[in-house]
Every structure is written in C-alpha cells, then in structure tokens.
Write a protein that binds this ligand. Structure first.
Ligand SMILES: [Zn+2]
Length: 311
C-alpha cells in the first residue's frame, strides 16, 4: 500500500493526516498544539511520526504553512503566529529526517488547491479563492495552474488598497481590503461607531466579534447590518478588480466570515455589478461559498502531493 502525508500548520494547532493512495479520507489524523515546550519544528516531526503508516510506503509529505513561503526551496520566510520562525528550511529538514520527498506551500494557496480539486471549484480552470476570517488570504488558479510569481508571493489579495487613508491593516499599511472586510475589520468598525454614540443592541458589550455582529444583524440590528453591507461593498469592489485582472469563472469565499451567507454575499454581489466595467466578465461567473471548511488546507496539501509525487 502507498500513502501520502499532508500537514497543516496553523497558529494554534498543527495537523498531520495520512491518506491511502486515491483516497480523500484520512486513514490517520493527529493534532498537536503549535506552541509548547519543544520547538514547533520538533513538535511537527513528532506529529508526522505518529501518523506514519506501519506498512507500505509514503510517497511524499506535503505541508501547508502559514505566512509567506518560498515554494521551490520549501522555506517558510516568516510565520506570523509562531515565535522565532523566520527562514525555516522546512523542506530540507523534513526530507533529511523522513527520507521521502517533501513539498511546502502557503496555506491560503493550498486551500485554493483543495477547493479546486475537491471542493466548490471542481471542473473549473480559472478560479480565485479567498479566505475571510481574522485576516484575508487567498490563492489564484489560472489555466489549471496555481499562480505563484517569482518568489512564490503572488495572490496576497487581502493586501490590495481599496480605501487610501482608510483604517490600518494587520500588515501596518492603511486601507487594505483586510482592514475593511475581514472579521477584525468588521468588528473594529462596529466598535468605533458604537463609541461615537451610534445605537446598537451590541452597545453594552465590552468585546465585539464579527460572529456577534452577524447574530445581531440576523435579529435586525441596523448598525450590524450596515457593518456587513460596508464589508461586502469593499469586498465586491476588490472582486471586480480581480475579475478584470484574471477573468475567472468562479470566486470561492471561505473562512469564518463567509459563513455569514447572504448578509455578506448580497452587498458583495451588488458591488461587483456596480464596479465591473463590462457585463461579459459576469458571463458563466459564479460567486460561491467554500465547501471544505477547515479541511481545505489539508486537502490542498494532499492534492499537491498527488500531483508532485505520483505513486
Ligand atoms: Zn495589509
């Protein structure tokens, strides 16, 4: 029997899953907290060992890693949530430890691969995936190929400017899509409006999250509805730009905020129609929700392993 191992490194937990050849259901899956006594690299190796099959052969390991990654050298350039992770030569390290081929990619790119091969994007050749949660990341697949760019840093769609002089993004620059349409952006705006004296059912809350705003909007809270309309407006503005640049047949939205459904999708669709320069960009075009949830990164890593390391 031949196997693949897919690994997803998150800010809070690392998951390792072993798949039998031609299967998309993990045969073994283990998880461990990212932070701990041993280094994240040692914890990662321990975890992969735990999911190593006792019989047969592992054809390769594929890792979805947070932050910017050099996908050719398999180097994690920087991992925002793991202290001390800078220029980590993950591919070399794992290859010399496990003696099998290894590939490493950015987690949002991997999630795009997962949705393309196994989720909402099956059958599409020109696809854009965005994950909208505390931040905004994504991946672009054009002509059946993941777009990487010269250093593998392409597809950072959360950091395009939609409102110069707007609120500061997590990256420190002003007015990025992430600062306006991520869960963090939605929560910050709502909190600010309440501080200015705008009435809302959330005004007595000390900490406000996008999830709470979603609930309040469903119950008819005007400010909460406006928060999602605003997020959707800037998201749609950006998506119209992506339609002009890439002319995809599908844009898939994943991540926690995308689960708000029509509350976010309706204003997003309206803004796309408002900003698109030519109606033909909307021919055969679908804006839809992701299908794989938290599994997208692992499934994408599996897809890449199957492609790179055929059994
Ligand atoms: Zn930014």
């Amino acid at each position: 029997m031949k196997y693949y191992i897919a690994v997803d490194i998150g800010g809070t937990q690392i998951r390792s899953a072993c798949y039998r050849m031609n299967s998309q259901t993990p045969f073994m899956i283990e998880r461990i907290s990212t932070q701990g006594k041993e280094s994240a690299l040692d914890r990662l190796c321990m975890l992969v060992e735990k999911t190593w099959p006792t019989d047969g052969q592992v054809c390769g390991i594929s890792v979805a890693a947070p932050g910017p990654v050099d996908p050719w050298e398999g180097i994690i350039l920087y991992a925002p949530n793991i202290p001390g992770w800078k220029d980590i030569h993950l591919k070399n390290h794992l290859q010399s430890h496990f003696k099998v081929p290894v590939t490493v990619g950015n987690d949002a790119n991997m999630a795009a691969m997962g949705e393309w091969k196994f989720g909402s994007g099956i059958g599409h050749h020109h696809l854009i995936y965005l994950t909208i949660s505390t931040g905004i990341g994504g991946g672009i697949i054009m002509d059946d190929k993941l777009l990487l760019g010269q250093r593998g840093l392409a597809g950072e769609m959360g950091h395009i400017t939609v409102l110069p002089d707007g609120p500061l993004c997590g990256c420190g620059k002003p007015g990025h899509l992430e600062a306006l349409s991520s869960g963090t952006g939605i929560a910050k705006w709502t909190q600010n409006e309440i501080q200015k004296g705008r009435p809302s059912s959330l005004s007595h809350q000390e900490i406000i999250t996008a999830k709470m705003i979603h609930q309040a909007a469903k119950e008819g809270d005007g400010l909460a509805i406006e928060a999602f309309n605003r997020a959707g407006y800037y998201l749609g503005m950006a998506l119209a730009d992506f339609l002009h640049l890439f002319n995809p047949t599908i844009i898939i939205l994943g991540g926690g905020v995308s689960r708000s459904g029509e509350l976010l999708f309706k204003p997003t669709r309206q803004a796309i129609e408002q900003f698109v320069i030519e109606p033909h960009y909307l021919d055969n075009f679908t804006l839809t929700q992701a299908a794989l949830g938290d599994e997208a990164g692992l499934m994408g890593a599996l897809a890449l392993a199957q492609e790179y390391f055929p059994a």
